[in-house]
Design a binder for this molecule. Sequence first.
Ligand code: SF4
Length: 226
Amino acid sequence: MGNIESELYKLIDNTQDYIQYGMISDRKLPEMMLKKEVPDSLEKIAGEVAQCSRCRLCEKRKNVVPGIGVLNPDVLVVGEGPGGDEDIQGLPFVGRAGQYLDKWLDAIGLSRHTNCFIGNVVKCRPPMNRDPQPDEIASCLPYLERQIAIIKPKFILTVGRISSAVLAGQEAGIGRLRGRTYSFRGIPLIPTYHPSAVLRDPSLRKPVWDDLRRLKAELEEIKNVH
Ligand code: SF4
């Protein structure tokens, strides 16, 4: 009888809540009826990106390029967007510039296969390799922010004007941005030139090498502290 009575009171209680607030308190619902939050993951983000039509870049893409690499990387490398080769393969930095980037990373003991993650501020190729537009970046950036929250990089290396300006939060060309360490969501960030710019202009090799050496030194400092 006691049980029936208490169930009856619960029912009346729930009905009153529903009438008054239009909802039933979670505390009063059986466990299995509560909506469980699915934890965020790189796979979940990749799945959402594959279906994404938040901006016009979805119209001409062959493949989305969500990014690739390891969890808890020493360095997250961020470029502006996929190019032609990346669009075909669905992988970031796989063309000539990507191979050059791999050489830069190798020179300071880094690799996308062991201790880096590589991505872009937009996940779909801008037509004719034009710059991604501010509204496209704004639509896509939440994916990168979620990826960063999951992978937890120790350091960020932005390559090129757009990713550097967006993540450093500074409106300036890469020539003015580089040479300093910034912070994105509390993670130290060093900007440098894009590998394709250095392939076009070899005089940029020296500043890039300076940036990479500084990245290596600051990364070592962080690793020694932890
Ligand atoms: S660029 Fe980003 S926001 Fe735009 S369609 Fe592709 S995944 Fe979606």
